[in-house]
Design a binder for this molecule. Structure first.
Ligand SMILES: *Cc1c(COP(=O)(O)O)cnc(C)c1O
Length: 453
């Protein structure tokens, strides 16, 4: 029995040639039928829709590539995976297998790292909220604590005095790197001398071992020059520490914040054309560190806490079209089964989107809505797409960073997450939530259990 052809409502659209239009360059939708050789329709059939898909190969090659680029410019390089960017155990484990340490910003993330069997000495413990219990654990296990404020310094000093333990500490430094608004809410300021005050106190305290300096100047930084300034300022502090207190640091940590290839909403040109390359970031940092004029045997290790730039393009969200409709203005709308509850980054990125099946030649401007009963559930406002039918599959690209940590359990359940492994097999790395798993922590008071009369 042959399937009845679906009716396609005819629409008149202006021809789009390859030139720039108001959405940037060209109607560039291309079809993506498989991820690392695995057909998307097979992934849907086995794991449902929507479905997050991560590529092990891409994570590994991004990490290796970044390491090689930095290592070509500076002799001692260490990466530390930013857990909050994506802390699924499988993802963290790939990074750890590649030699990365862990950059954590909460006790929860700290414990997650420990549970994966990674030593505490490989933890860089950042963030403004470290409880006394968390600090005590970090001190006794030998993690590297990046001090955010003076009150934290006093807590650490107190714990060390009471426990007779020695803490491995660094300070987080905030500074003017020529990018505004300045991120000055984390750490201690360079320009006003606060950072130096803290370093003096640490250097004078026998229970504290000053191991490094840290900064994280911002995120999605569009200029490599900011990193040259940051590295220069940290190298200058390191030099002063050596000259004045004879302290040699183990490391200088310039944090994360390199832009991924996602294009920001409001950005006209595609990200690939405007964001610095990894080479440019690395050149800038290596050149800044030279200002420390370190002796060869005293060169601090360079630590990078790169997050989004290493994982964004390793993540895909495959979704299905629920319906097509026309808005009151006549504008085309498409409803898909993945909403902003899963795609937090839709609020700031114009994600690349591909149909996962052959497409017709004509394209029409559309707005893509998620399935939520919430007006702001917009996956993409303004994209030229070919005709799509209910049940067709759409792939959202470069969703590996932050979506799988900032997602919300709102209205729908979180879906499966799979990883396409380097050997071509597919592994389920996070099971879809169920009513039971989501309700697990709820408690219904006894007096509310009675049936209605
Ligand atoms: C979030 C964060 C990172 C990673 O930032 P990206 O912009 O994803 O590279 C690194 N270091 C610290 C301290 C962070 O808070």
């Amino acid at each position: 029995m042959s399937e009845k052809k679906k009716y396609e409502r005819p629409v008149v659209t202006k021809l789009q040639s390859g030139i720039m239009n108001k959405f940037g360059s060209g109607p560039a939708v291309s079809v993506l039928e498989s991820i690392d050789g695995v057909p998307i329709k097979d992934l849907h059939a086995k794991y449902g829709s929507p479905l997050f898909v991560l590529s092990e190969n891409t994570i590994r090659s991004n990490q290796r590539n970044a390491y090689r680029i930095f290592k070509n410019r500076y002799p001692k390089v260490q990466f530390a995976w930013s857990y909050k960017t994506n802390y699924l155990n499988a993802v963290c484990s790939v990074f750890h297998q590649e030699g990365s340490w862990a950059e954590v910003v909460s006790e929860f993330e700290y414990d997650k790292e420990r549970k994966l069997g990674i030593p505490a000495e490989q933890i860089l413990f950042n963030g403004p909220d470290k409880s006394a219990a968390a600090l005590t654990k970090a001190i006794s296990e030998g993690a590297k604590i990046h001090i955010d404020h003076f009150d934290e310094l006093y807590s650490i000093t107190g714990i060390c005095e009471r426990s007779q333990l020695k803490a491995h500490v660094a300070i987080r430094v905030n500074m003017d790197v020529g990018v505004y608004p300045q991120w000055d809410r984390f750490g201690l300021n360079y320009e006003n001398g606060e950072a130096w005050q803290a370093l003096k106190r640490i250097a004078a305290n026998k229970r504290l071992r000053l191991v490094g300096l840290h900064t994280h100047i911002g995120t999605y930084m569009m200029t490599a020059e900011a990193y040259r300034i940051a590295a220069t300022k940290l190298a200058t502090l390191a030099k002063s520490l050596r000259d004045e207190f004879d302290v040699t640091l183990d490391y200088i940590d310039v944090g994360g914040g390199f832009a991924s290839h996602n294009t920001l909403i409001g950005q006209y040109l595609p990200a690939e054309e405007v964001v610095p390359s990894m080479e440019q970031y690395a050149d800038a940092i290596a050149s800044g560190l030279k200002q420390g004029s370190f002796k060869h045997d005293e060169m601090p290790m360079l630590i990078l806490e790169t997050g989004r730039a290493l994982i964004d393009d390793a993540g895909f969200l495959i979704s299905k079209v629920i319906a097509n409709k026309r808005l009151s203005t006549g504008r085309r709308a498409i409803i898909v089964d993945a909403g902003v509850n899963l795609m937090f980054t839709s609020f700031w990125y114009k994600h690349k989107i591909s149909p996962a099946q052959p497409i017709s030649a004509h394209a029409e401007d559309a707005v893509i809505y998620g399935p939520l009963c919430m007006n702001i559930d917009v996956i993409r406002d303004g994209i030229l797409l070919p005709t799509l039918n209910p049940g067709d599959s759409l792939v959202l690209h470069r969703v590996g960073a932050y979506n799988m940590t900032q997602w919300m359990q709102f209205i729908t359940l979180r879906p499966n997450v799979v990883m396409v492994m380097s050997d071509g097999t597919v592994e389920l790395i996070r099971k879809a939530e169920t009513l039971e798993s989501v309700s697990e922590n709820e408690v219904l008071p006894e007096q509310l259990r009675a049936k209605r009369t």
